[in-house]
Write a protein that binds this ligand. Sequence first.
Ligand code: ADP
Length: 503
Amino acid sequence: MAESLRVLLLSPEVFPFAKTGGLADVAGSLPKSIKGLGCDIRVAMPYYRMTKKGDFQVKVIFEDVEIPLFGEVLNDSIFSAEADGGVPLYLINKDEFFDREFLYGTSKGDYFDNMERFVYFSRMAFILCKMLDFQPHVFHCNDWQTALIPAYLRTLYRKDPFFSGTFSVFTIHNIAYQGIFDEKKLGVTGLPMEVYHPGGMEYWGKINLLKAGIVFSDVVNTVSHAYSREIQTPEFGYGMEGVLRDRSNDLYGILNGADYGEWNPKTDPLIAANYDEKDLSGKAKCKEDLLAEFNLPGSLKKLPLLAIISRLADQKGLDLLAEIMEDLMKMDLGFVLLGTGDEKYHKLFKSIAKEYPKKAGIKIAYDNTLAHKIEAGSDIFLMPSRYEPCGLNQMYSLKYGTVPLVRAAGGLDDTIQDYDPKTGEGTGFKFQSYDARDFLDTVRRALAVYRDGETWKRLIIRGMKADFSWQRAAKEYMDLYRRARAKRKLIPVGKPRAGTFSG
Ligand code: ADP
């Protein structure tokens, strides 16, 4: 039956308008599937330089809006465009905040005024709704950049009749990024002092925006079942484990999906040749093309080609990779890596490319076309992550017949089934402990199967048939929206414990 829920999804990045990681893919794809279930879902994001430079059809919808903020009245405009599937997308303009080279900071660190930037965006969510006369049933907030919205709903807008039927869902895409700021900046948020205590948004004498999202939202979710359990433990909770345990009755896991409109070797316009599980011949052409892209010798096409596409961050298990790199380079294989991030990893991988120019191709960049070519042209996709909230590349890899080799963390554990030579079942290779030897042994195990061409082919075809499309997740989000609505309570601000905010 058609739903009449109205939802405003707020995200600091939305593919293809701006992207640094998986959140953009989620915010770019999920709304289309939710809309398909009859929901009036709309999306809002900041209007970055990257978006302005892109080839998008954008129009101004409100000019010179008066915005009372930071103790003055600011003026700026709101733009709109169409996201995938005809979902309305609102672009919040403010050049002094968003007309920058990057989204959140440079490789040397975060922008100093990230608090102001995302307070501005969060406050604009409310102003936008009023300008549009759009009364949302749900603010669907994503990550720390939008985490103040549930707090505003419970405080500044608590008595505003326009939002009396609005509740909030807060999705955590990565708990390690929390938006922590000096308490001197509390005034910037515009929130009353009552929210600043250990049961609210204070965290060891600092402001923690992510914590505000967890404490003040009606329901909280994260992007896989395994990660929703892991973040309630000290090892993976990054200090939020207690707050999350307090809210465990309202904490859900919904596995992300893969957008097969973007990531499908049968239709992908960015790869050298299209293919599917019935005819894999195009994959060999894609491998040749990929080797050429990286200036690697064509003779590598007969050997297994291992690949990584990643933000170069500690989370991704790159220290494990560094430990086994020398052993890998002694084997008969090729290796390609595309990534950008921490300076220390830039240096490390550049030196590997220099040392092994005939075996290792490294590109330190963000390059969507090359990411597609790597998915299509390589044989084994490595994800040795220390933790992984969901991970998307393992799902893309399955579709492209590139066998994922993963550590059993978060969404990687939920999505990849370890190959069992006895039964012939499984979709990839998986190791348990965060240990370089286990990682290397698993690579050896994968290479042994690769050498048996027929078995390998059966393995990749099974992966290509797996279905991780967004439809399932969209239904689960609709259930979550309904749950949040059922839980909505007008709770006074300043209760001493986070748990008392749950329904
Ligand atoms: P995370 O959100 O932690 O970065 P995910 O696996 O959830 O990891 O999503 C990563 C997304 O970003 C994938 O779509 C991947 O292809 C893409 N990506 C990461 N790094 C790059 C890069 N350097 N160039 C192109 N795409 C990249």
